[in-house]
Design a protein around this ligand. Structure first.
Ligand code: TA6
Length: 311
């Protein structure tokens, strides 16, 4: 179905709902949500939440102004879904690597570049709107395991994301994953990440050495760290915006902390040279030893909630 027909079909189904708008951004379709508490934009490609703001407040998610909205490439910003492998496949556990029949594969898996189906839009109350999106993963040479992924996005006084993965096949499979959240900050020099002080981390920029910081994280250089088995909540304290962004997760035991800083910013796609000053990624994840093994017919549900609290 071409873009115009898809939009028409979505309008026929959801166009009459209060606060719901179907949008076309060049080659991509998005659902814009607005209620009394918040607004958000969710792209069908990758079921990618691109924007989320509380009414009257600055955006909580960071979205690049350099995106070209082309089909087949996930947007820079928002919350891309990394599945069935996180990051570079070659850095994944054997049980994940062995399942993928190619070596030259994109980082962060393939579902973030695929079109998901909008299954439902529910107006829960005047401050809460829920979208349900689904992707049927058909077996391919690259990934021969049938599965279905369902993302439930709840837009309200906080942003809640629930990802359900179900194994539809007769073989078990293993995966790593992340909700790769890009968060908007006032300025990187005036923010601190709290909640990971006691957790050892893997510094992927220094030979994957294991380190520990024992203090809040101040970002002052390229940062790409994996924190395994984190506490329930991690927060960004933002002096300039006088707010905290609090990340809570369920069944996503790890967190990746990323900021590309100056040099990598220049090499990144859809990223302006100084964008590193206004974003940081806190990515709730299941990686390395926490890879998920899913038996035939079984499912796994993971959740992230993102809320902004005034300081
Ligand atoms: O999650 C951190 C990371 O793996 C970084 O190494 C960086 O490459 C980032 O993801 C963005 O990846 P992408 O494939 O979206 O450019």
């Amino acid at each position: 179905m071409n873009l115009a027909d898809q939009v028409q079909a979505l309008y026929a189904k959801y166009g009459a709902l209060k606060g719901i708008t179907i949008e076309i951004h060049k080659q991509l379709i998005a659902i814009a949500v607005k209620n009394e508490a918040a607004s958000a934009t969710v792209f069908l490609q990758g079921a990618q939440v691109a924007e989320y703001s509380r009414i009257g407040e600055q955006p909580v998610l960071w979205l690049s102004q350099e995106n070209d909205f082309k089909a087949g490439k996930s947007l820079r910003g928002g919350v891309p879904i990394c599945w069935p492998w996180f990051g570079d496949l070659s850095r994944n556990p054997d049980q994940v690597k062995e399942q993928v029949n190619y070596t030259e594969v994109p980082a962060h898996g393939f579902v973030r570049a695929q079109d998901w189906e909008l299954l439902a839009v529910d107006l829960i109350d005047s401050e809460t709107t829920r979208l349900t999106l689904q992707l049927e993963v058909l077996p391919t040479e690259l990934w021969p395991y049938p599965a279905v992924l369902r993302l439930t996005v709840t837009v309200g006084t906080e942003l809640d994301l629930e990802l359900k993965v179900k194994n539809l096949g007769s073989d078990s499979f293993s995966y790593t994953s992340a909700l790769h959240s890009y968060l908007q900050i006032g300025h990187v020099s005036e923010t601190a990440i709290e909640g990971l002080e006691t957790v050892e981390y893997i510094d992927t920029l220094e030979n994957w050495q294991v380190k520990q910081s024992n203090s809040a994280i101040d970002i002052s250089a390229e940062t790409d760290r994996i924190y395994p088995n984190i506490p329930a909540q991690v927060a960004i304290k933002d002096k300039q915006m006088r707010r905290q962004i609090v990340m809570s997760a369920d069944n996503l035991p790890d967190m990746v902390v990323w900021n590309p800083w100056i040099d990598k910013s220049k090499r990144l796609s859809h990223f302006a040279d100084n964008d590193y000053e206004n974003m940081v990624c806190l990515e709730n994840a299941s990686v390395l030893d926490n890879a998920v093994d899913l038996a035939p017919g079984s499912d796994s549900i993971s959740k992230v909630s993102i809320r902004s609290v005034r300081l």
